[in-house]
Design a protein around this ligand. Structure first.
Ligand code: MD6
Ligand code: FE
Length: 211
């Protein structure tokens, strides 16, 4: 699933966001389908559910997790925890092909211990946020997109202008170094842009070192 010859350096997003790394089309159709099958298998153990914000508003995205720790949100706040909030069961393991992808792309000395699974359907979106619930905020976050193309919005941590980048099925991106705390979100999906998910929609996987 990992191409033999990785690009020497990923495409650095043009204009002013050092540390935001993008590998367009890194996963070919076969690799996307194989990964999606493993995700579906994990979701049999850890079903998607709809979290609520600390303010009590339901997310438009449904979520689950793989790994020792999973990111959750509820009335008590945002945190990582070892069990599924609905079933109480431990999260399933992170698929090996994702661990290998992490090693190949990030070179980070520790493996990820959390993989957040986001499912977008219909009008689902995600507001601008920073990923800052992890213990070590210098470890990268690696993101894999499957299914319909998303309009991803990103800007520097400190505020100011944002810009959009389209994330298509098989694209991989990372927030590293100076972009680790970039503000980012998903404006919307381009529905019908991929046939990977038979009923449409998008799965996003984010690998993190959380604990
Ligand atoms: C998404 N992604 O693509 C949402 N976070 O659906 C994220 O929130 C994200 O793409 C950290 C690093 C990369 C990401
Ligand atoms: Fe994020």
């Amino acid at each position: 699933m990992i191409p033999q010859n990785l690009p020497q350096s990923p495409k650095e997003a043009p204009t002013t966001l050092p540390g935001f790394r993008l590998w367009p089309g890194l996963l070919d159709a076969g690799a996307q389908a194989a990964l999606l099958a493993e995700v579906r298998q994990g979701l049999e153990t850890a079903p998607l559910y709809r979290p609520v914000t600390p303010g009590g508003r339901p997310f438009s995205v449904r979520m689950s997790n793989f790994g020792a720790l999973g990111w959750v949100s509820d009335r008590a706040g945002y945190r990582y925890q070892p069990t599924h909030p609905v079933t109480g069961a431990p999260w399933p393991a992170i698929p090996d092909r994702l661990l290998k992808l992490w090693d190949a792309l990030t070179g980070w000395p520790a493996p990820p211990d959390a993989c957040l699974v986001n499912l977008y359907q219909g009008e689902a979106k995600m507001g601008l946020h920073q990923d800052r619930d992890e213990r070590d905020l210098t470890a990268p976050v690696l993101s894999i997109s499957l299914g319909d193309t998303a309009v991803f919005r990103i800007g520097r941590a400190g505020g100011g202008a944002t810009r959009t980048v389209r994330l298509a099925s098989g694209d991989v991106c990372a927030l590293t170094g100076p972009a680790r705390l970039a503000r980012h979100g998903i404006d919307r999906l381009l529905s019908g842009s991929s046939r990977l998910l038979p009923s449409g929609g998008r799965v996003n996987l984010t690998l993190r070192v959380a604990g």
